[in-house]
Design a protein around this ligand. Sequence first.
Ligand code: ZN
Ligand code: ZN
Ligand code: ZN
Ligand code: ZN
Ligand code: ZN
Length: 851
Amino acid sequence: MKTALMVAEKPSLAASLANILSSGRCSTRKGLNGSCSVHEWVGQFRSETVNFKMTSVCGHVMTLDFIGKYNNWDKVDPAELFSCSTEKKEAVPKLKIPYFLAKEGAHCDYLVLWLDCDKEGENICFEVINAVQQGMHRKLHINDIWRARFSAITEKDIKSALANLIKPNENEAKSVDARQELDLRIGCAFTRYQTKFFQGKYGDLDVSLISYGPCQTPTLGFCVQRHDEIQTFKPDPYWVLQVTVKSPDGQDIVLSWNRVRSFDKEVASMFLSHVKEYDQATVVSVQSTEKCKSRPIALNTVELMRVASSGLGMGPQHAMQIAERLYTQGYISYPRTETTSYPENFDLLSTLKQQQNSSEWGEEVRKIIAAGINRPKKGHDAGDHPPITPMKHATRNELDGDLWRLYDYITRHFIATLARDCRYLSTTVKFEIGMEIFTTTGHSLLSPGYTSILTWQALGNNDTLPKFISDEKVNIQEAKLVECYTQPPDYLTEAELISLMEKHGIGTDASIPVHINNICIRNYVTVAAGRKLIPTSLGIVLVHGYQKIDPELVLPTMRSAVEEQLNLIALGRADFYAVLQHTVEIFKQKFHYFVQSIEAMDQLFEVSFSPLSASGKAHSRCGKCRRYMKYIQTKPSRMHCAHCNETYNLPQNGNIRIYKELKCPLDDFELLSWSTGTRGKSYTFCPYCYNNPPFRDMKKGMSGCNSCTHPTCPHGMNSNGLSSCLECDLGILVLDPSAAPKWKLGCNRCDVIIHLFENAHKVTVDTDTCDCGAQLVTVEYKQDKSKLPNEVTEMSGCVFCTPAFAALVEKHRAVASKPVVTRGRGHAKSRNRGKPKPPKDKMAQLAAYFV
Ligand SMILES: [Zn+2]
Ligand SMILES: [Zn+2]
Ligand SMILES: [Zn+2]
Ligand SMILES: [Zn+2]
Ligand SMILES: [Zn+2]
């Protein structure tokens, strides 16, 4: 029997699809990567009986990256990133997806691709084909590779997809490849350059990345543009003539002035005094017209994200994750679509009937069915998927929290598209007071239509007008001038930002939420109440900087032109290489111009952020100029000498203290100590040597004095080293004198820490060695604190061998905090790695260092 391998985009989808296609009769086993399962059954495939094997990937199999050496920020000029080689790497190496696919696919005869039906899914199809082919002796013929097209995880959709297989679309896959490559090259080049340029210069610039993205930056641009409008807005006063009349049934009605407003106070006052001459208004006309509020068009992704943000308070990224879960579980159709028009053959009635027994909206649904459904309004057909539609009935108990809230909205929206429009009578009454005309408008509901489902769109009841008759005279209660000010616009809401991005063609329905999320997590905007997006000072400075140097970097026009080209690739109307080459070339030139003009941006940074010389606290002395250097605590923490204009990196994620104002004998810089707490790792180090290792065997940024092989320095490994490490091969246990009185030995390679002689006054490493190979130590206690036998105050011995020390030495690992196995207290017998040796012969090693 032949085998048909079928691959879905996620494990949960594979399970649902297999369950549908096998009618619940598949057997399931775990795949060899432990994350993806394989579901098997026997069934009909293109009129033969085959073994079906359904499994999945976990999203993208591969990811695009530069080849290894270009990932080094320090060694590579970012300009090279426009032309250097790239490679596809496994997206999640620990899942071993390519290996897994090659194994499972090795003997298959057919391959059916069930990846999500969007461009990303099409791209993953080819990653899967590639991985499966790798494992085969005889490659699968292209005629044996199929693509299933489906929009919902329902029996009807899925079975019909299997019966109507098509071919994977290589052009769509290519357009994704092109987008990935452009984003990688352009994004990384600008990001690395500006991060390196700005981060080292300012003390309070507290970010690890100053990123640029061809989509992300224009997205931020919209938020900053609104901010600028708010900042430059100057409120103008204006005056409104407001008249209140008493209706025949005694209600106070406020009338609107036909001239609306006057920006001139004197003119307004003139009108007021004219009106004040009368105490009655005359009804000139009463007009009623029937109006309607139109039901919504069918739901697409962008509208879903907008409503989720404005109505449900869910960020777009989160909303799409929830929508995808609803889709995977078969509750809704595929949630990534641009389409707002139902295809002719879509069975709207049976989809609606699934909802007729709901306790939430069943009654409304039954009414619609009884009256006959209304044809949905004509929308836009993007040819991808049907609009987002509920595919299965759910109750409030079945779905929790946000899943329910989103399902509730999607379902109500769907029902509303099949309901009638909301109809109401709008009545306008026109009044005359002297020469001036005033009006009031009210309405009364004729039929609520769809607003009984989308209740938040219902018309209020309280603007029904009392009855007025033409020529009737009513009493004026009050006439006055109201002073108002023109209002600045408010900050952009997320929903407005989504609309702007859609309008300008920035991002796609799939990537819009990602870009918005990025500008939030990178700290360029913050989300305020009402999901308003307020740019941070970094976000503002960045956008203003681009505007100064090259406004196209932040305008939406560049990106939408690129997205258009990408679409042409997808449609097979543009050449992949040509588009790629042309676009990379444009951005490369923009990059060079940006680098030349960076001072323009820097001037803005100078205003918003304080330079290193003005930040941080005076801390320890510089070895070159003997002045105090400043310690800048914001990450990455650094030492900065304002006089020498030098910045020194520090070990991160620990406390930095001055170590007794002692100096490094090599360069006169004051020594510091780094520590992660009294029970954690610690060592002393010299800020200069840390950045400029004096000896060949010391790695830059890796080590402190505990790795320093200076032959006579009292702080180095040769003076404080005690023995080779008990746990690792290359490490040496070194005493950290800065930890006193919580004395400890720490390995200079691994996490081994040995606490010893707590509260001792002094601990020193002697020049003599014990028989076991370790250096002897001398410990001194103050008279009253001695823990030594007979309360002696001083004693020399071996940490591993001297019985009197045993109780005073505690061995454990810094991280795991578990005892270190000491193999019979350091004696040689138990393991062949040998007994603790002293640090290697000091003088012999010296020769090697001075080269
Ligand atoms: Zn200096
Ligand atoms: Zn030094
Ligand atoms: Zn040193
Ligand atoms: Zn070690
Ligand atoms: Zn010993």
